[in-house]
Design a protein around this ligand. Structure first.
Ligand code: PLP
Length: 547
């Protein structure tokens, strides 16, 4: 098919064609003839592939040409190659576009993304809250953004002071005496916390015998993965019908082989663990440590200090609790708070005030400490954003953010609980509300279908099928940054969908999304067999004839 410029348009597969590029298994919106809500409402297949002002954007390889460039460069001066004959001898055929075409290409691609700046993003367990622009502005100040980790410490005293101040706030909020800032994600923080526990056990001469870690069934997958990676044997604490971990289930598992328990609080079912302090006491009594997964700290900042519950190590996802941007495993930050007992095993580098200056201590004083977790000191940009968030909110504002996050989740719960089922009864939740799929029984609609229909309503789906202890889980975290008006519209949309499911309008769900630029992906194939190589299409006869 040719577009108006006579070039082949991006040929995205129709319903049963195999995918050619990008995610495997993608489908185009239906043409008017194929079934579904879109066809029923008469949405036409357009000539360009665009849908109103939503542009269908081809790959840059499909629209760019090697002989086109948006810039005019001088011919390079002659030079003597120094690559010993390994230098390229022919152009590599990178696609070029004019400057406005380049601009449009990337702006259109960015418009295909749904983010927290586009709309409510109810992804439970991921905390997609508003990132205040003030924090971004601070992180871009040249004194923070342009420094290099190898600069002499005398020239970066301000940055070190910021790190020290952030650590002070984190120790105050957690009620724990030490904090290691280096980890670059929550899972990385878990690794550090458990390495500190392992080092402390080894220092006690129990490395061989104390090698079992207890992990509740409802835990995030990173918990058992971390323990297993460090060579611990993972034993699960069974889930109960009320969503809580019970002391009675932990006690029989305790013994001289127990290294630690990894308990998430608030847990992944959106509930505060009321027996956390008793569990800590029991674990300590058995000689083990209490690792708290603090990924959900955003629900309790300013309300509960984990140190008071007996926590020995806890990671904090700065990118969830203190509003810094998310990012797969990289640009996040997962500092770890440590108890008195674990502080001597903290990694290097750490900060020490000497005379009038802050020094970075690069060599561990304790030979049994965990050593170094990352090159350099951690994610400076995230430290700046997190501290800007803390200072701009103040202690009362941080507490209010937690209260509002909990209030918003409970508002969603209260407004939907007559239609959607709650696996642990209609009791107050923390910052996220968990529904199961019992209410969809006999409707022919699954959790996945419901989530896809939310896309047609302009919402990113909630977290689905996690935690695993709940059948067909739907975990909704609205965050504190949503207004009542925005929550009301979201709730109304979900109620409308819920009524439609119950009325038997299965077609609205099973074929959804109808209105998104792409239809339903084969998500397993997309993850397992991504097509990352672009293969030029065969020349089109009509074009060849014209040339
Ligand atoms: C409960 C829990 N633990 C650990 C993690 C891992 O954090 P990260 O994605 O930053 O590695 C998450 C992330 O969503 C989480 O929700």
């Amino acid at each position: 098919m040719l577009n108006r410029q006579g070039r082949p348009t991006s040929i995205r597969p129709l319903a049963d064609e195999p995918a050619v590029a990008g995610a495997a298994g993608s489908e185009r919106p239906p043409a008017s003839a194929s079934g579904g809500a879109a066809a029923a409402s008469g949405i036409p297949q357009t000539f360009t592939g665009n849908r109103g002002l939503v542009q269908e954007e081809p790959l840059i390889f499909e629209i760019g040409r090697p002989d086109v460039s948006g810039i005019d460069l001088d011919e390079p001066e002659a030079f003597e190659p120094r690559l010993g004959g390994l230098e390229r001898t022919a152009p590599i055929g990178l696609p070029g576009l004019s400057e406005p075409e380049t601009m449009r290409h990337y702006v259109r691609l960015s418009q295909g993304n749904y983010g927290i700046d586009t709309g409510l993003f109810p992804l439970g367990s991921c905390t997609m809250k508003h990132n205040a622009r003030l924090n971004e502005r601070m992180a871009r100040l040249p004194g923070f953004a342009d420094i290099h980790p190898l600069q002499p410490v005398s020239t970066v005293q301000g940055a070190l002071e910021l790190m020290s101040e952030l650590a002070r706030y984190l120790t105050t909020l957690t009620g724990m005496p030490a904090v290691a800032l280096q980890p670059k994600a929550g899972a990385h923080g878990e690794l550090l916390g458990m390495m500190a526990i392992k080092a402390a056990i080894a220092a006690r001469g129990e490395a061989e015998t104390r090698n079992v870690v207890l992990v509740p069934d409802s835990a995030h997958g990173t918990n058992p993965a971390t323990a297993a990676l460090l060579g611990f044997t993972v034993k699960s604490v069974p889930a109960r019908d009320d969503g809580w971990v019970h002391l009675a289930d932990v006690k029989p598992l305790l013994g001289p082989e127990i290294a630690a328990i990894m308990l998430t609080n608030p847990n992944t079912c959106g509930l505060f663990e009321p027996r956390a302090a008793e569990i800590a006491e029991a674990i300590h009594g058995a000689g083990g440590y209490f690792y708290c997964d603090g990924a959900n700290f955003n629900a309790i900042v300013g309300k509960v200090r984990p140190g008071d519950l007996g926590v020995d190590a806890m990671h904090i996802n700065l990118h969830k609790t203190f509003s810094t941007p998310h990012g797969g495993g990289g640009p996040g930050a997962g500092p770890v708070a440590l108890s008195e007992r674990l502080a001597p095993f903290a990694p290097v580098p750490f900060l020490r005030q000497e005379d009038d200056a802050l020094q970075l201590v690069e060599d561990a004083e304790n030979p049994e400490a965990v050593g170094r977790m990352t090159a350099f000191h951690g994610q400076m940009g995230m430290f700046v954003r997190a501290l800007a968030y803390m200072l701009s909110h103040g202690s009362d504002g941080m507490r209010q953010a937690s209260e509002d996050a909990v209030l918003n989740a409970n508002y969603v719960r209260a407004c939907l609980s007559d239609l959607m089922s709650l696996p642990f009864g209609d009791k107050p939740c923390m910052h996220e509300v968990l529904f199961d799929d019992a209410w969809l029984k006999d409707t022919g609609v699954t959790t996945l279908d419901f989530a896809k229909a939310m896309i047609d309503e302009g919402y990113h789906p909630m977290t689905m099928y996690f935690p695993l202890v709940v059948h067909g889980a739907m975990l909704i975290e609205p965050t504190e940054s949503e207004s009542k008006a925005s929550l009301d519209l979201f709730i109304a949309a979900l109620r409308d969908l819920a009524f439609a499911a119950k009325r038997g309008e299965t077609e609205r769900f099973t074929g959804a999304p109808y209105l998104a630029p792409r239809r339903r992906l084969d998500e397993t194939r997309a993850a397992r067999q991504p097509v990352l190589r672009w293969t030029p299409p065969a020349p089109i006869p009509a074009l060849q004839a014209a040339e």
